[in-house]
Write a protein that binds this ligand. Sequence first.
Ligand code: ZN
Length: 50
Amino acid sequence: MKEKNSVEQLKRELVEEIEHYIKEMRKICPMCRINIPINSLFCPYCGNKL
Ligand SMILES: [Zn+2]
């Protein structure tokens, strides 16, 4: 079952890669144009709901 293990390892690495990528993603607040994390619900600068 060596192959299955490497597939599991690959999956784990892929998930970590995606989580890192999401963390690095940014968006621009339309109100104050500040750069904020993509998963923010509110702008931390002006409080605008996104
Ligand atoms: Zn803002």
